[in-house]
Design a protein around this ligand. Structure first.
Ligand code: ADP
Ligand code: ASP
Ligand code: MG
Length: 412
């Protein structure tokens, strides 16, 4: 008998009607003779509403209490969905993250899963029950509730699939697959039949919110086949697997983008030798994630350093830099907010030089100023003004032959 893990996101469980629909998708899988574990998110915009409530109380709420609060959203869904299954005649049981045995590191708001104790889930499956697990949450070894970062239910599902050695993990959502870019913003975006783990990981890390990056990481490391598919329409979705076929020999497979980026520049770093490591060690100690880094030596004795961070981390970053100013040895700090990062991704880039040059040319032709750049073997990212984000993504999507209409023409 196969074990299948299904994951249903917030929109897919946004009302009682939708929860009944999810129950019927689970029943279909069960009736095919499979054991089913379903991981679910909080209903609709519940998590956003809870975040809003906390902010009304405090601008920077305690991270532990925030996890305590946000974990309640998923708990509502698991109980309602389990009731729906029982009502439909299928025995089922709901588990919070910790009841399901999900152990995480002791970091609030963005914890990594360190271990899954599967005994409870396994024994319930053996009794013929469907197991419904709250996504996005776990527990530290000392018993505190943690959450896995926004969008983290995907990671719960794939991690459970890995721990149970499931045959498949299906991610049911409000789009019918992974597209060449976010179809909500890029009207010409096209559904991909398949995509490799590496390309999906880059897209997810670079802002394609359809999958949580750590979910793709788990899937790649444990070779779990993933399918992203619609929770409403019964059609094939997108398969995420080891090697996706190089359809149309496209060099670029997708365009991702992310707003609310800030560039911080530290001027006059005195000690070029140790200055860099001191700054980034200090920021890392405070769990502040730095993305693109650019260093420039103005003269023999002074270095300027620019780096990009998420806008939400700005105040804490500035405070940490200010507190350590003497020890870090710099003259002053400036920042520029309202920036965005637009990235092109594709494993075809490895063997095709000149992709970055083409990207910059297209952006220049469209009067879009590039403020920072970063590259890897399979991606190029450019930081631009936030107001240019959607335009930049759109023109790159067209220029790299990703538009739906363009591909139809090419295959004629
Ligand atoms: P869920 O609540 O099911 O987890 P999410 O909102 O987290 O759903 O993810 C689905 C959304 O991801 C889609 O509605 C779409 O707007 C967005 N998205 C971003 N990039 C892509 C992409 N490349 N392909 C498909 N959807 C994308
Ligand atoms: N409910 C959480 C969120 O909105 C987790 C998830 O949906 O994956 O981010
Ligand atoms: Mg999601």
């Amino acid at each position: 008998m196969s074990i299948i893990v299904q994951k249903f996101g917030g929109t897919s469980v946004g009302s009682v009607e939708k929860i009944r629909n999810v129950a019927s998708r689970i029943l279909e899988e069960k009736q095919r003779g499979n054991d089913v574990v379903a991981v679910v998110s909080a209903m609709g915009k519940t998590t956003d509403t809870l975040v809003g409530l906390a902010r009304e109380i405090s601008p920077q709420p305690s991270k532990r209490e925030m996890d305590m609060l946000l974990s309640t959203g998923e708990q509502v869904t698991i109980s309602l969905l389990t009731m729906a299954l029982i009502q439909a005649g299928q025995d089922a049981i709901s588990y919070t993250g910790w009841q399901a045995g999900i152990e995480t590191e002791s970091v609030h708001s963005n914890a990594r899963i360190t271990n899954i104790h599967t005994e409870k889930m396994t024994s319930q499956l053996q009794m013929g029950k469907v197991v419904i697990v709250a996504g996005f949450q776990g527990m530290t070894p000392s018993g505190d509730i943690t959450t896995l970062g926004r969008g983290g239910s995907d990671t719960t599902a794939v991690a459970i699939a890995a721990a149970l050695k499931a045959d498949r993990c299906d991610i049911y959502t409000d789009v019918d697959g992974v597209y060449t870019s976010d179809p909500r913003y890029i009207i010409n975006a096209r559904k991909l039949p398949s995509i490799s783990y590496d390309e999906m990981l880059e897209l997810a890390n670079l802002g394609a919110g359809v999958l949580h990056p750590r979910a793709v990481e788990f899937a790649k490391n444990y070779q779990i086949p993933l399918e992203v598919r619609s929770s409403v329409e019964k059609i094939e979705g997108t398969y995420i697997e080891e090697e996706a076929s190089m359809e149309q020999n496209l060099i670029v497979r997708g365009v991702a983008f992310e707003d609310e980026i800030t560039r911080v520049t530290v001027f006059g770093l005195g000690n070029a030798l140790t200055g860099l490591s001191s700054i980034f060690t200090t920021l890392a100690k405070h769990h502040l994630n730095v993305d693109i880094i650019i260093q420039s030596q103005t003269d023999k004795n002074a270095t300027n350093l620019s780096f990009s961070i998420k806008e939400q981390d700005l105040q804490e970053t500035l405070a940490v830099l200010e507190k350590n100013k003497e020890h870090l040895g710099y003259t002053h700090v400036e920042h520029e907010s309202a920036l965005a990062k637009v990235s092109i991704v594709g494993s075809g880039m490895i063997s095709n030089p000149g992709v970055a040059a083409e990207m910059f040319q297209v952006l220049a032709e469209n009067d879009i100023v590039v403020k920072m750049v970063s590259t890897s073997e399979i991606k190029v990212s450019a930081v631009v003004d936030e107001k240019n984000m959607q335009k930049a993504a759109g023109v790159l999507h067209t220029a790299f032959n990703l538009d739906a209409s363009k591909v139809e023409e090419m295959s004629l």
